[in-house]
Structures are given as C-alpha cells and as structure tokens.
Design a binder for this molecule. Structure first.
Ligand code: ATP
Ligand code: MN
Ligand code: MN
Length: 302
C-alpha cells in the first residue's frame, strides 16, 4: 500500500491525457532529450516512482528552457499552475502559501508539462505530515574522494542503520554521491528522527575522522565525505528515486540492489536513455520490499 492507502500501480499507464505544449522543446541539449522524451521516461518508470512522489509535499526544480537556462527551485505553487497539480496547505502554516502535491499519473504529467526536471519530495506524507516515513542519509563526497570510499560509506551507513533494526536501501543521486534510505513506520516525529540521524552522522565522523565529516561547515574539506543528515528535517527534501536531474548527462537517481554497488556503476551512471533497458532487464525491482520493510525508530541514538 502507498502511504495514501491506494495500491501501487502495477502497469505502465496506457495513454497520456495531459496535453504537452511544445513537446519538441529540448531540455537536455547534449542528449537531445525533449519534453516529450521526458514524458515517455516518466511513463516508463511510473509504477516505480509513484510510491515516492504521490501524496507528499514536493519541491520542484523547474527549467522551462532546459538545463542550460534559468532554473527555479520551487516549494510553492506558481501562477497558472497545471490543473493536475494539487495545492496543499501545510497544517503548521495555516496562512502560508500552499505547497505542491500530486495524486496520480496525470499529476506527474502535469509536472512534465510545467518543465519540472527534478522532483524532491518530503520525507513524510500528506496523511501524516509530522511523522516521517523514511530516513535519507545523503553521502556527499568532497574534492578528491575516490568512488570506492563512497561505496564504503554507504555500506557503513547501512550497517549502522541495520544495527538499530531498520532496513537500508541505496540509490545513486544522479549527481556526485549516493543516498542511503531507511523506510520508517511513521511513529517518531521530525525532531526525534533528526536527532537520530545527527547521532548516526556524528558517530561515523568521530569513528573515522579522516574519512567523514558531519557538519556542513567542514563539508568542503578535501578528501572527506560529508554525511549529510540535514535532509531529515521538517520541510527539507531530497531528490526522489527515479527523478531526473537538471544536469548534463540526463542522469536519474536510481535505486540499486546492494549487490550492484561497485566500481562500474557511478553516481550518474543511469540516465533517461538507459533506464528503460535496465528496468526491462531486471528480474526484480531492487526496492520491491521498501514499503513492507518499514520499521519504527526504536532508539533515540543509533
Ligand atoms: P549530489 O550527489 O550531487 O550531492 P544531491 O541530490 O544529493 O546530489 P545535494 O546538494 O547533496 O544534492 O542535496 C541538495 C538537496 O537539497 C536536494 O536534494 C534538494 O532536495 C535540496 N535543495 C534545497 N534547496 C535547493 C536548491 N535551491 N536547488 C536544488 N536543491 C535544493
Ligand atoms: Mn548529495
Ligand atoms: Mn547534501
């Protein structure tokens, strides 16, 4: 079940009802990926991405002229917002500007129509704003960090999460790093989850001070990996699994099986172009058990 109580979609949507204006507009010039190409990509991945983007507040990176033009990171609705995009009111900000959500495939196509090139959901759902249903540990390699060190950081993050009884999943960011994601049964609130994640990052940094840092102010340190736990706060976001990135290469954030982690698959290895082939070749979705693996945060500290 998805957080909103609907069964996740099993099939590829058969047809598109949302009209795309300027379908030939080029969003990724080097790869020649157009608006229509983006719609085709999201049609292909819909059943995989749906549980991560439906029914939760979304921040969106829009780039109406493509990745080389102006980009807008938007947490609020804009003028003339597509009718398939739903406006939601943050219960903590009754007078604030509405936030953005989608309910279904047409909503996702509404995002494509609105030139959304990156989708960044909250870690909690509209059904339970205050209790996150996932932890996202964002591993950010500094200058000069070799890829095997990022892989080791992901494995260590996984072990530390599993040691507290949580399950851990991994995805490429589509940029420079990896994201380790732990599904939660919504129970602990944002401050509790943030404290847990900070303690995990701090423990990694104090046990391996040459390899890791856990504070942003030290993030630029050459040769070290920032264990960025700050995605795990109310109102903060991280890029969704299967979201495209508005960066050269048309890379996407790709869920992986832990066994796939290795030197061959870099952080931007999977793209709009090669993802359909990957999905067709996969025997099983590496994150198939994501929702069923959700556990309560049992401890204050990892
Ligand atoms: P990388 O692997 O390159 O680090 P990433 O997606 O993890 O890719 P970060 O810079 O580590 O990128 O994380 C930035 C996160 O902060 C984004 O995932 C996004 O949800 C959020 N964010 C906040 N403000 C912005 C903004 N102006 N533009 C883009 N992302 C933003
Ligand atoms: Mn990152
Ligand atoms: Mn980061």
């Amino acid at each position: 079940e998805t957080p909103s109580g609907k069964a996740p979609p099993k099939e590829k949507p058969q047809r598109r009802t949302v009209r795309l204006t300027h379908p030939d507009r080029i969003y990724w010039p080097d790869e020649g990926v157009t608006k229509e190409g983006l719609a085709d990509y999201y049609t292909e991945v819909w059943r995989h991405i749906a549980p991560h983007i439906v029914g939760r507040p979304l921040a969106l990176l829009r780039a109406p002229s493509g990745i080389d033009g102006q980009k807008f990171f938007q947490k609020h609705a804009w003028k003339g917002v597509n009718p398939n995009i739903r406006l939601v009111q943050d219960p903590e900000e009754k007078d604030g500007e509405p936030l953005i959500a989608i309910d279904d495939f047409d909503g996702l196509m509404g995002l494509v129509q609105s030139a959304v090139l990156e989708i960044h959901p909250w870690g909690s759902t509209l059904d339970d704003w205050e209790r996150p249903d996932r932890i996202i540990m964002d591993l950010d390699p500094g200058e000069g960090v070799a890829w095997p060190a990022v892989l080791a950081a992901a494995q260590e993050t996984r072990e530390r999460l599993e040691a507290t009884g949580l399950a851990a999943f991994v995805k490429t960011s589509g940029g420079k790093g990896l994201h380790v994601v732990a599904p939660l049964e919504p129970s602990a609130d944002w401050p509790q989850v943030k404290a847990f994640c900070k303690a995990l990052a701090d423990a990694m940094a104090s046990d391996s001070p040459d390899a890791y840092v856990s504070t942003i102010s030290k993030a630029k340190r050459r040769g070290k990996i920032l264990i960025d736990y700050l995605r795990n706060q109310r109102g903060m976001t991280a890029v969704a699994p299967y979201s495209t990135r508005a960066r050269p290469g048309a890379a996407v954030s790709m869920p992986l099986a832990w066994e796939e982690l290795g030197p061959e698959i870099g952080p931007a290895y999977f793209t709009v172009e090669n993802t359909p082939t990957r999905l067709a070749a996969l025997k099983a979705d590496p994150w198939a058990d994501f929702t069923a693996s959700a556990r309560r945060l049992r401890k204050d500290k990892p």
